[in-house]
Each structure stands twice: as C-alpha cells, then as structure tokens.
Design a protein around this ligand. Structure first.
Ligand SMILES: [Zn+2]
Length: 174
C-alpha cells in the first residue's frame, strides 16, 4: 500500500478518511476532514521522512508522536537560527538573542524600511523577512506546514510576534 501523501510503500500504512497514509504522515494529519484533504493534496517527497521512520517502529501512539517531534526538531535544528545556538543538541539563546527582540520592535514601532532594518543588523532583506516570520522565536517549530510546540525557550512574546505578523500582512510583504 502506497502512502497517498509521500508515496512510501508499507504494509503498515493506515487508513483515515478513506485515504492510506504511512505512519509518519498519519501521525501528523489533522482530524478535520477538509484540512485533511488539503494536507493530503500537498504531496511531499517520502525521502525527506526517511530519518523519522526508524522512530515510528514499535512505539505507542503518544510516545511515537513525541519521538517524531524530537527527531524533526533535531533535524531542523542542525543549523541554529539567528539569535540561538546549539548546545548538546539543544537550541539555546545565543549572546545576540536580544537583537531579535530589537528587530521585531523596530519593525513594529519604527517607521523604518525593511532595507534599513536589515542593514542595521547585517542581514539581507530576505534574511530579515525570514527572521520576522520565524516561529522558532515563540518557542514553536514548523514542519511540513504545521506548527508544533518546540522544546526550546522562546525569545519574544507571542503578542509581539502576532503584531508583527499582522503588520507583515497589512504591508503585503511576501
Ligand atoms: Zn507518508
């Protein structure tokens, strides 16, 4: 049986809303039927998930989810985002973590262009946009277009982050 999202072939693929999914895609799938349809429609390359498969054998459902999240986190965190550093495989605040808060505050409260803020912090405009949209800074991780609770310390408040997302949307920054 082939996973309808990532194409992985396995006897253990599971059915949900009449769709067969591999264990990994299954464990991340939303329950709501219409979000589920969107989720399946967004195909992914099964090889991306190879790293995580070994964690899905012989574990209970809840345990499995936890392990998969950990694996994803470990995998995504092979390079620390600006403001963080990696220590013992964990993401911790770097010396420059205060700068992240400054960047978010400047974007929200000062009438500075993206270019100006980017220059100030020695970032490219694209790099700056990535920072402003990065869920890592509120302690979450994004994988496969879904947001999960991360195991690391946030740098900024969710309120500040949300205000910035609203402004990004208002200014139609892509
Ligand atoms: Zn799959």
């Amino acid at each position: 049986m082939k996973c309808e999202k990532c194409g992985y072939k396995s006897k253990n693929n599971r059915e949900k809303h009449k769709t067969f999914l591999c264990q990994i895609c299954y464990s991340f799938s939303p329950d709501n039927e219409s979000s589920f349809t969107d989720y399946v429609a967004e195909k992914i390359d099964g090889s991306v998930l190879e790293t995580f498969r070994k964690y899905s054998v012989s574990a209970g459902e809840k345990q499995k989810q936890g392990m998969i999240k950990k694996a994803i986190q470990g995998n995504l965190m092979s390079r620390a985002p600006f403001g963080y550093k990696i220590q013992d495989g964990k993401l911790i605040h770097a010396e420059n973590s205060r700068e992240i808060e400054e960047i978010f505050e400047e974007f929200l409260n000062k009438n500075l262009s993206l270019r100006k803020i980017a220059e100030r912090h020695k970032l490219s405009v694209n790099g700056l946009k990535k920072v402003l949209k990065n869920f890592t800074y509120i302690g979450k991780i994004k994988f496969n277009n879904q947001i999960y609770e991360g195991g690391h310390q946030p740098i900024i408040s969710t309120t500040l982050f949300n205000h910035v997302q609203n402004k990004i949307e208002k200014l139609e920054i892509k």
